[in-house]
Ligand binder design. Structure first.
Ligand code: F6R
Length: 243
């Protein structure tokens, strides 16, 4: 199925559209299994979900979540860990049960086992109903950098230099950006029943265009989404400018 593309005026509208899709999915299925992303792009969507919880009683009490990735070596108390990010931006402000939130443990001393258990937990939950994604300027999804096998599963990955540079804005210096992460695989992501990818800003325009209408190649990880039966890109005008 071709990727469905929704172009919004700006970041606020993108965030509202994404939050509405998630809210509708939760109302349809209160025990939704929801895949989540971190990074700058989904922050507005999470803010909107928090507002809907407070003002419209959007109920997270039975929602189960799985995050795409976590840095190796950052504890949950580290402000740049993805666990900390999720707690700050969403979980602490809605009525989700913390035991229903799953993020790979970046401090594990047995990464292999952690990855296997993460995959098992997704399976036990019944699979991911709706997966939210961002996209890297190099076309990565989660921390599946260019060259990642399309059939990859949750595993330890090396973070590319470009992505480390891109993410350095969140750290004091690039030296502090971890070199490895635990990431859901592309095969894992493709099993989600519905995928919504968010991209904002001109920096993402190339990766978005290649993913939507370029050849399907492991050099552009998000290009595999052209093969997903139910995938929507929500873009602002700048991110859509090369389509
Ligand atoms: C985050 C993740 C990454 C980001 C991507 C875009 O969990 O898996 O793939 O979605 O790097 O990041 P931002 O939104 O900061 O541009």
């Amino acid at each position: 199925m071709p990727i469905k593309v929704l172009i919004t005026k700006n970041y606020d509208e993108l965030s509202e559209k994404a939050a509405k899709i998630i809210a509708d999915a939760i109302r349809n299925k209160p025990n939704l299994v929801l895949g989540l992303a971190t990074g700058g792009t989904p922050v507005g969507c999470y803010r909107e979900l928090v507002r809907m919880h407070k003002e419209k009683k959007l109920d997270f009490s039975r929602v189960v979540t799985f995050n795409l990735d976590e840095y190796i070596g950052l504890p949950p108390t580290h402000p740049q860990s993805y666990r900390y990010f999720m707690n700050e931006n969403l979980f602490n402000h809605v009525n989700i049960r913390m035991e229903n939130t799953h993020i790979p443990d970046g401090m594990t001393d047995d990464p292999q086992k952690t990855c296997e258990e993460f995959e098992k937990a997704i399976e036990t939950a019944g699979g991911i109903d709706l997966q939210l994604l961002g996209i890297g300027a190099n076309g990565h999804i989660a921390f599946n950098e260019p060259g990642s096998p399309f059939n990859s599963r949750t595993r330890v990955v090396e973070i590319s230099e470009q992505t480390r540079k891109d993410n350095a804005r969140f750290f004091q210096s690039i030296d502090e950006v971890p070199r490895q992460a635990i990431s859901m695989g592309i095969g894992t992501i493709m099993e989600a029943r519905k995928i919504v990818l968010l991209a904002s800003g001109a920096r993402k325009a190339d990766a978005v265009a290649k993913s939507v209408k370029g050849p399907i190649t492991e050099e552009v990880p998000a290009s595999i989404l052209q093969k997903h039966p139910n995938c929507t890109f929500i873009l602002d005008e700048a991110a859509a400018s090369k389509l």
